[in-house]
Design a protein around this ligand. Structure first.
Ligand SMILES: Cc1cc2nc3c(=O)[nH]c(=O)nc-3n(C[C@H](O)[C@H](O)[C@H](O)COP(=O)(O)O)c2cc1C
Length: 495
């Protein structure tokens, strides 16, 4: 298994049914191909979830994309993001999702100047504000954003996303992250980023507070009866009175429930501890699977983990990040890819490695090995370290190994699908029907063109094959993800 799930994993799952037949689940929610309710067999086909990966700058996850000749530059105003939202909705994407970090990538050389000069994801506007704007340009597209459990307060997060959920008529989603580095800590009155597993322990309690607050209002609490003067039933709005190891929060949350009950929870933990957290809380899970074989294995293992947590694996969609470049002919697509490949600069990778691993990559020569102590100190995205060690076969990789095997800052960081619409659809279909995933986080190679090409060429081909929805299934994000409306307390594990 690529990212091992160690024994500690199971401690955080409140329910471990040792007798469970691990592969006894099936039934991905959107499918009726094998496991449909009686009388509905074969009426519809299992369909993929599509997510657009966004940054609050004029780049995608691929930093070099801002240098693309066709990349738009008006990203400091609403129209840029509204255009992207409309494009994603036109392609019936389930979700537009913002990545986020609470600091510039300034760990490389302990300075922000080089990152600024090279535009290495240095603009990070608050994504929830942008999502509000995107919600006014769309009616069905899901709207997801990253918010940190390490630097924000749970009450604040509960309120922001509950509000966004109401203002978007039930389309919001929160990507739960524990953040990555000291620069983020230093923006929030702390001197260093907390240790990896401890962050997740704190995040577990954070989730209980947020979800507890989202249960403050019963669905029929609001009355707004002007004649009797009753605004809401006092007995149907509840205080949380949470007192835990890290948080105290009284409540009630002053935001009623939304059309979908509460926002969808996204997670992308990849370490053992991170996957355990994901399996417990995530309703949509993002990941990086370097190839289909590893994807199939990790997907199956992760679904087992969900089951062992006492949850239904069919109600958790798993989506790996990918790049896709499409052309009218294969050689046109390859030409486009060649242009895109050349946009990366060495500083992009080094700045993003330093940011993600919380380690200054200028502090070592290119061919100098990391010693055991330095590797132990890497407290950020440890999945990158695991990947580099696995692929290089070196216990103590060099800086060059990190650059080469992580592909950070390049358009090779995720699997890429290049070719005609048919070629790209063939590749995605193979992953999807081969059970390496339930959908994809599509990272654009440049914006807005990367999504426009995908929507114009790949989406119709996927729809023709019945693999992607031709229309939205309902008004809320939960409807479109095939999830039931959230009920009060349904997030608590049953014994
Ligand atoms: C598609 C995807 C998007 C992610 N977005 C963010 C993000 O916006 N902010 C962040 O701090 N981490 C983000 N992460 C990192 C994860 O939250 C997680 O920390 C990482 O995958 C490492 O796993 P670990 O925390 O279990 O070590 C993302 C990961 C993936 C795969």
């Amino acid at each position: 298994m690529f990212w091992p799930v160690h024994a500690k994993t199971f401690r955080v799952c409140a329910l471990l049914r040792s007798g469970d037949k691990a592969r006894g689940y099936a039934i991905p929610v959107r499918t009726t191909e094998k496991h449909a309710p009686r009388g509905m067999e074969m009426s519809t086909q299992r369909q993929m979830i599509l997510i657009g990966f966004l940054q609050a700058q004029n780049c995608s996850n691929y930093v070099g994309s801002w240098r693309h000749p066709h990349s738009a530059t008006d990203f400091l105003g609403p129209e840029y993001f509204m255009r992207i939202a409309r494009t994603l909705e036109y392609g019936k994407f389930h979700l537009g999702f913002f990545d986020d970090r609470l600091a510039m990538p300034d760990i490389l050389g302990s300075d922000h100047r080089e990152a600024i000069a090279n535009g290495v994801r240095v603009v990070k506007m608050d994504p929830t504000t942008i999502l509000s704007i995107m919600s006014t340009a769309t009616t069905r597209l899901g709207l997801g954003s990253t918010y940190s459990t390490t630097y924000y307060e749970p009450f604040h997060v509960a309120r922001v996303f509950a509000t966004l959920d109401l203002m978007s008529s039930g389309r919001s989603a929160w990507n739960v992250v524990t953040s990555l580095n000291d620069s983020e800590a230093m923006n929030f009155s702390q001197s260093e980023h907390p240790e990896h597993d401890l962050r997740y322990d704190k995040a577990d309690e954070f989730m209980e507070v947020v979800l507890g607050h989202w249960d403050s209002w019963e669905d029929d609490a609001l009355v707004i009866d002007k004649e009797t003067g009753l605004f809401a039933h006092p007995d149907k709005v509840h205080r949380l009175d949470h007192k835990g190891r890290w948080f105290r929060s009284k409540g009630p949350l002053p935001v009623p429930r939304s059309q979908q009950g509460r926002p969808v929870v996204i997670q992308a933990g990849q370490s053992g501890r991170g996957q355990a957290f994901s399996a417990r809380w995530g309703e949509l899970v993002f990941c990086v699977y370097p190839n289909i074989e590893i994807g199939k294995k990790n997907y199956a293992n992760f679904k087992e983990l969900i089951l062992k947590c006492g949850r239904n694996p069919a109600e958790v969609g798993v989506a790996p990040a990918i790049y896709a470049v499409t052309g009218e002919t294969k050689s046109m697509a390859e030409d486009k890819m060649a242009v895109i490949d050349k946009l990366a600069k060495p500083v992009d990778g080094l700045a993003l490695l330093s940011e993600a691993l919380n380690f200054d990559f200028y502090s070592k020569d290119m061919d100098e090995q990391f010693n055991d102590d330095e590797l132990k100190r890497i407290s950020g995205l440890r999945a990158i370290l695991d990947r580099v060690v696995n692929l290089s076969g070196k216990k103590n990789p060099t800086v060059r190994d990190f650059v080469e095997f992580s592909n950070r800052g390049t358009v090779r960081e995720f699997p890429r699908f290049v070719g005609t619409a048919k070629d790209v659809a063939d590749g995605l279909e193979e992953w999807f029907t081969g059970r390496a995933c339930d959908g994809f986080v599509v990272a654009a190679t440049h914006l807005p063109g990367g999504y426009e090409d995908f929507v114009r060429m790949v989406v119709p081909e996927l729809q023709r094959r019945g693999l992607h929805q031709k229309d939205y299934k309902g008004p809320t994000l939960r409807d479109n993800l095939g999830l039931p409306r959230a009920e009060l307390g349904d997030w608590k594990l049953k014994n």
